[in-house]
Write a protein that binds this ligand. Structure first.
Ligand code: PMP
Length: 356
């Protein structure tokens, strides 16, 4: 049976990226050696890092005063790297769910955290707006797309203090104005690479703000200065990341990927809104285009496990919502084909006919 993968991450890849990855396991860029056994301190691997950086720069129009680096440890490691490097007095955090809560907890180890706004009062189903940003903060921290609760900032915030954003689950899904951010980072395992590599884009003046004496691997400047090779980098994930970036470029860049993402998201949200058995719990303006959450309509709650069973029987994979949010979640990242969303919509329509 054909499977339709909606996992929240690690996520799916275009076939061409998988084919390139499979080929490189036997022959990395025509070297005759496996990428899995290749030394990172070689011109061939350095070329992979350089091309990945320049594709990132090109695809997101990253200004020249920014550096890009790749590192292991996942986004969770950045939860403490960021305050360790940049928090000396106070930082502002916007609490929009699990991933900001974890980041806030880590930041408190290094300084004062002011939670400037939170959406916890309504189960994290919206993005707070209109909050004041004090001018004396070391930085303002947001999670641009909340993978678990399905909310997303649809605009790049204006911030009087350095803005740091976790874009683990929406990087390269839409054009962004990088110049509004001091740092953008994320685990790459949703839109770009297998688990194991974290990307970071940082404005160079941030590197001069690092005062604390830190272990070598924690100091962000070391990663920039050593061109992502402070230690053995995650070679295979970085290789696949390059292939994903090449794929995005070949598709027509981030604008085209964004068009497709909006088409998929609108198709699924339209069905959720139309179908009498389901509803979307997130405020319309803040609905994520990547992680599309839905729950049973009022009075239809008892059908939840039946729908899950039915969807699995139709080949849907990974649509059960996170245990903290319940219901369902279809993650429709860049590489998710429109066909997958069409199959899920058909499945919801068939279920409605059975239980209306
Ligand atoms: N931030 C967001 C938005 C996430 O979705 C996740 C993981 N799903 C993380 C951070 C944590 O990432 P990692 O597992 O790479 O540490």
């Amino acid at each position: 049976m054909k499977k339709y993968n909606f996992n929240a991450g690690p996520s799916l890849f275009p076939d061409s990226v998988l084919e390139a990855a499979a080929k490189a396991i036997f022959d990395f860029d025509g070297t005759g050696l496996s990428v899995l056994s290749y030394s990172h301190r070689t011109p061939e691997f350095e070329a992979v890092v350089e091309e990945s950086k320049s594709l990132f720069k090109e695809l997101l129009n990253i200004p020249d005063n920014y550096s890009i680096y790749f590192v292991g440890g996942g986004a969770t490691t950045q939860f403490f790297h960021i305050p360790a490097n940049f928090l000396y007095g106070k930082a502002g955090y916007i609490n929009t769910g699990v991933w900001t809560k974890k980041a806030i907890k880590e930041a408190k180890l290094y300084g004062t955290v002011e939670v400037l706004a939170s959406s916890e009062d309504r189960g994290f189903r919206y993005i707070p707006k209109g909050f004041e940003i004090p001018a004396d903060l070391d930085y303002l921290y947001i999670c641009a797309n909340n993978t678990i609760f399905g909310t997303e900032y649809k605009v790049d915030l204006d911030s009087p203090v350095p803005l740091i954003a976790d874009m683990s689950s929406n990087i390269l899904s839409r054009p962004i104005d990088v110049s509004k951010y001091a740092m953008i980072y994320g685990g790459a395992q949703k839109n770009l690479a297998p688990a194991g590599v974290t990307f970071a884009i940082i404005r160079n003046d941030m590197l001069d703000k690092i005062e604390r004496e830190l272990p070598m691997m924690m100091n962000i400047k070391n990663h920039v200065d050593n061109n992502s090779m402070l230690n053995t980098p995650p070679i295979f994930p970085i290789f696949v990341l390059r292939e994903s970036l090449r794929w995005i470029k070949a598709q027509g860049g981030v604008e085209e990927i964004h068009r497709r993402n909006e088409e998929k998201a609108q198709m699924l949200y339209a069905e959720i809104d139309r179908n009498s058995l389901f509803r979307a719990p997130v405020d319309e303006a803040d609905r994520s285009s990547m992680n599309i959450c839905f729950v049973m309509a009022e009075g239809k709650e008892s059908l939840e496990s039946k729908f899950l069973e039915f969807a699995i029987s139709k080949g849907m994979v990974g649509i059960k919502g996170h245990r903290l949010s319940g219901g369902f979640r279809a993650s429709c990242y860049n590489a998710c084909p429109k066909e997958n969303v069409e199959a899920l919509v058909a499945c919801m329509q068939e279920f409605e006919k059975m239980y209306k």
